[in-house]
Write a protein that binds this ligand. Structure first.
Ligand code: ATP
Ligand code: MG
Length: 252
């Protein structure tokens, strides 16, 4: 399988405080990786750094995505290469409807990857959007509302999964997309992740829920403590964490 993402000796600081402290990670196409770790370990900081959050300082190391060193790339250019991230707290954007936003993003991303790509008409696009929304049980009328404004926590997460289905990125980074969802929505979410993965795309999932294994079979599980990956392994690691907590991984 093709190497998609390579993180080497990554050090990330916020206001001179180091949060990611020498992190290595490799993800190949078609793989599902899960990162677990205690609150404050730096999981969201890592995903923000991967998407190019300008408030974070990359002090050392590099991020390579589809053979390009993207360490200095703007968020938009990373997205054009096929990187997608959900936010733990999605932003609200007034004045731009969800369907307009997605059509623009879709055209930008597809054209960046293939100059000869022929954009569908807005009518064709909306048909596809409505089909995908139906799978996630998102009401059609939501598609005309301003992006994320006034949506409930769970609705925002579902809308992120809709973005994922439409934009078809090569790698999706999902930061606690499964938090705050009701049981039925969790099933839909995991179904959407499975469908996404079938197309040989990769997923990096940050979660606190050990029962994720009821729905998804990860290829690798990583434990992150204090800005570093301290252990990587199979899905059995999740059971280990469930029994012993994170304390046994803390290096003294
Ligand atoms: N912009 C910022 N300014 C100051 N401190 C920050 C900033 N962003 C992150 N931090 C700090 O970095 C550490 C890691 O935070 P991060 O959000 O990455 O943790 P996390 O592993 O995602 O935790 P959780 O499981 O609670 O979501 C925390 O101590 C946090 O306070
Ligand atoms: Mg977090």
């Amino acid at each position: 399988m093709k190497l998609l993402l390579q993180i080497k000796n990554l050090h990330i600081a916020v206001d001179d405080r180091e949060i990611i402290k020498g992190l290595d990670l490799e993800i190949k196409s078609g793989e599902i990786h899960i990162i677990m770790g205690p609150n404050g370990a730096g999981k969201s900081t890592l995903s923000n750094a991967l998407l190019g959050d300008p408030s974070l300082d990359l002090k050392q190391g590099k991020i390579v995505f589809v053979d390009k060193n993207i360490s200095d790339f703007k968020t938009e250019d990373r997205a054009k290469l096929g990187l997608f991230m959900s936010w733990q707290h999605p932003p609200e954007i007034t004045g731009v409807s969800l369907d307009q936003f997605l059509f623009l993003a879709y055209k930008n991303i597809m054209l960046a990857q293939d100059k000869k790509w022929q954009a569908p008409s807005i009518f064709e696009f909306k048909q596809k959007l409505e089909q995908e929304a139906a799978k996630l049980e998102i009401p059609i009328k939501f598609l005309q509302r301003s992006l994320n404004v006034g949506f409930s926590g769970g609705e925002k997460k579902k809308i992120e999964m809709l973005q994922l289905a439409i934009l078809e990125p090569k790698l999706a980074i999902l930061d606690e997309t499964d938090s705050g969802l009701d049981v039925d929505a969790i099933k839909l979410l995991h179904q959407a992740i499975k469908e996404f993965k079938v197309k040989d795309r990769a997923v990096l999932l940050i979660t606190h829920h050990p029962n994720i294994l009821d729905y998804i079979k990860p290829d690798y599980v990583h434990i992150m403590i204090d800005g570093q990956i301290v252990k990587s392994g199979s899905q059995d690691l999740i059971k280990e964490v469930q029994k012993a907590g994170f304390k046994s991984y803390v290096q003294s």
